[in-house]
Write a protein that binds this ligand. Structure first.
Ligand code: ATP
Ligand code: MG
Length: 408
């Protein structure tokens, strides 16, 4: 698709329009398509915007679709019976579909107009289509797509940057990063995820303003971390963030682990990525992998796993503000790890406890985590294989016993 772009002269005034888009029809969500068409049928401008258009242009099937429109939230709500207005700072509309699917629909908005160098506190001014493109973070994230006409509208040179595989800030990177320092994390995320080279001005600005990460809201930083983990690209992100000296500002505990034992950390991060890519698992597995080296250190000192976990959660509460439920899941799994290590050396004497462990509901998940941790450790162990064999044996014996009792 991107090869067509070379044929288009770059227009400095007005947007570049590319029609047909070259996007694969089957990659475009049908409900989003309907939302755009319905808004247009009521006389509003409406487009698929943001990450979804970038992904389509890169030939990747988008995970979620956002819509931007000239319609105000109250109009959108009138048009769609299944819509609810959300948000305090900026009102957004969630159009709800079956199976919990939501299409986020936002009214075009413009740059907040706060002074240069200020962290933005309010960002809720409606604007035009063009203003909406310019208030976005990076050129590749500011493309608009009209699925009805199969046309891409590009106000900021995002198509050309995608073709050249460059991540470029919209406007002066110094200003844009200072007004929202979370963009630094986003820049590293997109650069690592799509293999985009960073525009040298953007890279320089990140190095200059990296300390401003401390001004960001913990919630937003954590949201980005979750997205990075879910995308299975944490290794690449950590590498790139370290190169830009951003890692010790964003996740100091990862930077410290990297300094202490880079091989161990690299293997843990690979395990994180593998489990997110290959297995439909909750975030408690990657969170457990990331926190394990700290828990392990503390456990070595106090020999009390509950205490080691408590101290680690306390230490990481600002960097990894996991929810209560996630803490509970992590704790449940981690309590198994020292037992796995200990009991396999005392298998003969502890047969009863071993059988009891195998029957526990969290056993399989804990064993999976144990396997990942063991593979990441410096020395080679055979604990995982031992427990896999033992679990099969215990389960087979129990089944045979049940069949003996009740042959029918
Ligand atoms: P991802 O695949 O990680 O979700 P995304 O580009 O879709 O990437 P979102 O956080 O879903 O990112 O945001 C959707 C769009 O909103 C972005 O593509 C971008 O245009 C805009 N946006 C998001 N965060 C910012 C920000 N901090 N500053 C300016 N624009 C932003
Ligand atoms: Mg998105």
């Amino acid at each position: 698709m991107l090869s067509i772009i070379t044929k288009i002269p770059w227009l400095h005034k007005g947007p570049v329009r590319l029609c047909p888009s070259g996007f694969r029809r089957e990659d475009i969500d049908t409900d989003t398509f309907k939302v755009v068409c319905r808004l247009k049928s009521f006389g509003h401008a409406a487009y698929i915007v943001g990450g979804a258009v970038r992904d389509l242009a890169l030939g990747i099937r988008p995970k979620d679709f956002d819509v931007a429109t000239s319609a105000h939230p109250i109009d959108i709500k009138r048009i769609f019976g299944n819509a609810i207005i959300i948000g305090h700072r900026f009102k957004l509309v969630h159009i709800r579909f079956r199976y919990g699917k939501i299409i986020e629909t936002a009214t075009f908005r413009r740059h907040h107009g706060q002074k240069e160098g200020q962290v933005v506190t309010h960002d809720n001014v409606f604007g035009t289509e063009k203003e909406d493109a310019f208030r976005r973070d990076f050129t590749v994230n500011a493309l608009f797509f009209d699925p009805d006409r199969d046309e891409i509208i590009d106000y900021v040179g995002g198509l050309a940057d995608l073709k050249k595989r460059i991540l470029r800030s919209i406007g002066d990177p110094d200003e844009r990063l200072v007004e929202d320092p979370v963009r630094m994390i986003r820049a590293v995320k997109f650069s690592a995820k799509f293999g985009l080279a960073m525009d040298p001005r953007l890279e320089k600005a990140i190095r200059k303003h990296r300390d401003k990460i401390s001004l960001c809201s913990q919630r937003r930083l954590f949201e980005e971390l979750i997205k990075i983990l879910k995308a299975g690209m944490f290794s690449a992100f950590v590498r790139r963030a370290a190169e830009l000296s951003l890692l010790d500002r964003y996740l100091p505990f990862i930077a410290q682990l990297r300094e202490k034992n880079s091989g161990y950390l690299a293997r843990l991060l690979t395990a994180c990525d593998e489990c997110m890519k290959n297995r439909d698992t909750g975030l408690y597995i990657p969170f457990s992998l990331l926190t394990w080296p700290l828990v392990e250190d503390k456990y070595r000192q106090c020999r009390d796993i509950q205490k080691a976990l408590r101290l680690t959660f306390h230490e990481l509460q600002s960097q990894l503000p996991v929810s209560k439920n996630e803490k509970l899941d992590i704790r449940t799994l981690m309590l198994f790890i020292p037992r796995f290590d200990y009991l396999r050396h005392h298998a003969q004497k502890k047969k009863f406890i071993i059988r009891k462990m195998v029957r526990m509901p969290a056993f399989n998940e804990a064993l999976y985590l144990y396997g990942l941790i063991e593979r990441s450790r410096d020395q080679v162990h055979d604990g995982y294989e031992f427990w896999k064999r033992t679990a099969t044996l215990v389960r087979n014996t129990e089944m045979a016993r049940r069949q003996l009792k009740d042959p029918a």
